[in-house]
Design a protein around this ligand. Structure first.
Ligand code: ATP
Length: 295
């Protein structure tokens, strides 16, 4: 049995599937499988022997020091980077081996919120959100308009915001427009790179509430890189820690916080009690009971 299972208490899917055969207990569905992945970029070793699964319906947080390879891991999962060793499978597809048409099919199943929002500055809010639909080249304009308006409202924006240009938006609105674009194809999987970076505490809290409610409404699986402990405490089911080029720990917050690795000690300094399941539950209840405020 793998060392990963020893650390997390959650069996890798292939191990779980074997166990299932005897027990009848349903194995968690693996949406992303990272298998013995090593990454070297520009001659520099970033990752060594990474092994992790992302399960359907969970929120997995990725944390690690600056330069520990969190964004690179996200890029590997998105097929924007190829692993030097090992493989990454997403919905069972090995991205490097996909035919172009298969790849297009699989890509519609996920959305990405990039760190800076990555809106096209020359396009209106409406056109930014409509972009993935227009790329399909098969939808009539009135249907595109309806879908975009629905999505803007779903992320807490007004229909009138559609005509605004990115330069006219607050930081919170930029995040919401980017989220609307990431979700316009109704994906199953959402990638978030530092979703609350650059937001003030109130906007950050509102955005976290929005992600949580959309996650439930749309039954999303979420992979999120964050430095922010409040965002982590509000959203994640499990957390993966990257340090020393490896996966230093993976599991629930309560499990991970007990690990002796110096990065983990520092990261959770002053927050250890908050990681207890009961404390997390009351923190989340309180956070999500409040009405979301406008962007
Ligand atoms: N294309 C590239 N070529 C060479 N080195 C790269 C490339 N992309 C990233 N790196 C290096 O890989 C390391 C990991 O980068 P990455 O952005 O994944 O880290 P991170 O953990 O997300 O960091 P941060 O928290 O600061 O955003 C960094 O040292 C970075 O300089």
């Amino acid at each position: 049995m793998s060392g990963l299972m020893d650390r997390t208490g959650v069996p890798p899917a292939h191990v779980a599937a074997e166990a299932d055969a005897g027990t009848g207990v349903k194995a968690p569905e693996v949406v992303i499988a990272v298998r013995d992945v090593g990454t070297v970029l520009g001659g520099v070793r970033i990752h060594k022997h990474l092994d992790l699964d992302v399960y359907a319906g969970e929120v997995l947080g990725i944390i690690g020091g600056s330069g520990s390879g969190k964004t690179t891991l996200l890029r590997l999962m998105l097929g924007l980077e190829r692993p030097t060793e090992g493989e990454v499978l997403i919905f069972g597809h090995k991205l490097g081996n996909c035919q172009a048409t298969d790849l297009a099919q699989v890509r519609h199943r996920w959305g990405v919120l990039f760190q800076q929002g990555a809106l096209f500055s020359a396009l209106s809010v409406f056109d930014n959100v409509a972009l993935p639909l227009r790329e399909l080249k098969s939808l009539p304009d009135d249907l595109i308009a309806e879908l975009v308006m629905q999505k803007l409202q779903q992320v807490g924006l007004k229909v009138e915001d559609g005509i605004k240009m990115p330069a006219e938006l607050s930081g919170g609105m930029i995040k919401r427009v980017s989220l609307a674009r990431a979700l316009i194809m109704d994906p199953q999987l959402l990638f978030l790179d530092e979703p609350t970076a650059g937001l003030d505490p109130a906007s950050s809290k509102n955005f976290v509430q929005l992600i949580e409610s959309l996650k439930r409404e749309m039954d999303l699986t979420v992979v999120m890189v964050t430095h922010d402990v409040d965002t982590l405490f509000a959203l994640v089911d499990r957390v993966a820690v990257l340090a020393d080029q490896r996966l230093a720990a993976i599991g629930s917050l309560e499990e991970v916080v007990r690990q002796p690795h110096p990065f983990i000690r520092n990261f959770f300094l002053g927050h250890v009690q908050r990681c207890a399941v009961d404390n997390l539950r009351s923190y989340r209840d309180e956070l999500h009971q409040r009405d979301a405020m406008p962007a």
